[in-house]
Ligand binder design. Structure first.
Ligand SMILES: [Zn+2]
Length: 283
């Protein structure tokens, strides 16, 4: 399941192929993804110029002329493929149509953007550009972890009195948007905070340390994604999946990477999700 850094990598990869270009033709091959697609989506996209690609949490926001924005969510298995060679950056011939190619955008610069989603947990919707923050998928999201709204004062206030484990609190999209299971495990390891600790019982000064660590962990992952774009030669032109090394995630039984700690990474299940942590240096 793509997390926010993967989505940001997809956004950055799509930008040179889409921004400023016109959608010469849109193919919409089924009426729904996770939810019904907008009525006449193909007709409403055809002929529109892409002004800007933005992102809110794990939603890619494609601002179009005519003051409408296409909201895209990759869901569990959604993939974006670029083919064609609009700016001499990509070297992928247009592939034959594949099963699960649900939406295909033929750009007037020669690029083709294909949204393929085998499990169909992805989503697309159109909304007035000024109303994206009020869209039902977006309106209840907390602040962006890399934005100014996510800061020490805010996080201390939001965690105060909360009885849930800190792991669950940081996964709560109303508290901070776009932080997923992998990166929460990494943040808590760097902070030395046990994922089982009750959020409201962590001292404010320790909660404050989480803010720069959230930014660091996500920024490093986005940087790794950016590197993957620079040497972008994957055979099928797929965006957003890159090698990234984690300190604790998916490393059950491995030695803890904290200098001087001789413990091993343990896996537990919290709210149905795997948590990886060091029982020695995370308290
Ligand atoms: Zn340790």
């Amino acid at each position: 399941m793509p997390e926010m850094p993967e989505v940001e990598t997809v956004r950055r990869g799509l930008t040179p192929a889409m921004e400023g270009a016109v959608i010469a033709r849109a193919e919409v091959n089924r009426p729904d993804l996770r939810w019904p697609l907008p009525q006449n989506l193909a007709g409403r996209l055809t002929g529109r110029r892409v002004l800007r690609l933005g992102r809110r949490s794990k939603y890619i926001l494609v601002a179009l002329d005519g003051d409408e924005t296409l909201i895209i969510h990759l869901g569990m298995s959604g993939r974006m493929l670029i083919s064609g060679d609009p700016l001499g950056q990509f070297h992928h011939d247009h592939p034959a149509a594949q099963k699960h190619d649900h939406v295909v955008l033929h750009m007037d610069n020669g690029a083709r953007i294909t949204f393929n989603d085998a499990r169909r947990f992805g989503a697309m919707d159109l909304c007035p550009s000024l109303d994206t923050e009020a869209h039902w998928l977006i309106r209840s999201l907390g602040p962006e972890p890399l934005g100014n709204g996510f800061n020490e004062t805010y996080l201390i206030a939001r965690l105060k009195g909360r009885m849930t484990p800190i792991k669950a609190a940081l996964l709560d999209q109303k508290i901070v948007a776009g932080l997923g299971n992998i990166y929460v495990c990494e943040v808590l390891h760097r902070a030395g905070i046990s994922p089982r600790r009750q959020a409201g019982r962590i001292a404010a000064r320790r909660v404050a340390t989480l803010v720069p660590l959230v930014r660091d962990v996500l920024s490093e992952a986005i940087e790794a994604g950016g590197s993957s774009l620079r040497d972008y030669r994957q055979a099928d032109g797929e965006l957003g999946y890159f090698q990234h090394t984690f300190r604790v995630y998916d490393r059950e039984g491995a030695p803890c990477p904290t200098p001087g700690c001789d413990s091993r990474i343990r896996r537990i299940v919290q709210s149905g999700r795997s948590t990886f942590y060091c029982p020695n240096c995370q308290r």
